[in-house]
Design a protein around this ligand. Structure first.
Ligand SMILES: Cc1cc2nc3c(=O)[nH]c(=O)nc-3n(C[C@H](O)[C@H](O)[C@H](O)COP(=O)(O)O)c2cc1C
Length: 312
């Protein structure tokens, strides 16, 4: 295989982004079947995992549904966020066994996450990122990677990315915006190239990619080693088949396969299924009325009926 990340051989350079409420197990499996080279779980709180492990409350806790995989999914990474080394290490020891890599989130700008001193908040204190990564590398039996933004309010990652590499992590994924930008403006792919040229470990570029040709263009023009796709894959998972040169199933076939996977691997929040489908219907003629019908659906049988009767 031509592509690799964190020592793993990958069949495709297109990676499914971790997306809370979207990258659920059935959606990840769908993207894998279509050709995604690597998938990640939705991020999970290391503190929630650590407290459950310490209190021996291992069942019946929603956080564990976020860190579940099955053998068909490999290679797959688990993503954690944490404000301190102790909880991060406890969580890693508990979850890493089933995964091929452990990724730490330093990119999430949501106040729910940054308010707890996690995610992109840590970009304000690079020394804390280094310390968390050192702790993770020293405790883990799996490759450690991380996902970052360029900085909190200005791009500063280039100033300390070499120190990040020196912790022994085996890859970096970069969403090329600052945390303060949220999703405004456009991702700065020249900055991704700059970071790639500063380190020897593989770099995954991320931000605003929504077509197979863009994925291939970023690789051919040496912006990065792999390309991570988030919202583009949510709306159009067939992108993974297009990148791999596999036959591209019809939209309806993809959606029905997704529903089969949901039946096999139920998700905790039924609303996630509806949101997922709503994305996959994007651009379709008559999408408004379909979305209304979907939002009214009370269960999977009802959802299937709506999809079966839709013209697409
Ligand atoms: C609904 C949603 C949930 C997300 N959840 C996560 C997450 O759990 N972990 C993470 O690292 N990034 C998360 N992200 C950010 C994406 O992984 C990605 O970095 C971002 O969407 C930019 O890529 P895109 O332009 O291809 O969407 C999320 C994004 C969206 C839209």
């Amino acid at each position: 295989m031509k592509y690799s990340y964190a020592g793993l051989k990958l069949a495709s350079p297109a990676v499914l982004a971790p997306m809370s409420g979207v990258s659920t197990l059935p959606f990840r499996l769908l993207c894998k079947e279509l050709g995604a080279g690597l998938t990640y779980t939705e991020f999970a709180s290391a503190i929630a995992i650590a407290r459950s492990v310490e209190g021996k409350r291992l069942s019946n806790n929603k956080v564990f549904s976020r860190v579940k995989t099955v053998k068909e999914e490999h290679p797959v990474g688990v993503q954690l966020f944490a404000p301190n080394e102790k909880d991060l290490c406890t969580a890693i020891e508990y979850v890493e066994r089933d995964f091929d890599l452990v990724d730490i989130n330093f990119g999430c700008p949501s106040p729910k996450i940054t308010g707890g001193g996690c995610g992109a908040f840590l970009l304000k204190t690079p020394e804390k990122i280094i310390s968390l990564l050192n702790a993770a590398v020293s405790i883990s039996n799996k490759p450690i990677t991380c996902k970052l933004r360029m900085g909190w309010d200005t791009p500063v990652l280039h100033e300390f990315v070499k120190k990040i590499e020196n912790t022994g992590i085996q890859g970096i994924a970069l969403h090329a915006r600052t945390a303060q930008q949220g999703y405004s403006g456009s991702a700065d792919w020249e900055y991704i190239k700059k970071i790639k040229n500063l380190v020897s470990i593989p770099v995954i570029g991320n931000g605003d990619v929504s077509s197979a040709s863009e994925v291939l263009d970023k690789i051919e023009n040496n912006y990065c080693d792999l390309v991570m796709v988030g919202r583009g894959a949510w709306n159009h998972p067939a992108l993974f088949a297009e990148v791999s040169g596999k036959p591209v199933p019809l939209r309806k076939e993809i959606i029905l396969r997704y529903l089969e996977l949901v039946q096999k691997h139920p998700v905790t929040d039924f609303s996630d299924v509806k949101a997922q489908l709503s994305g996959m219907l994007s651009g379709l003629h008559g999408v408004k009325s379909l979305r209304v019908q979907l939002m009214q659906a009370k269960d999977l049988v009802h959802v299937e009926r709506v999809i079966h009767t839709a013209v697409m």
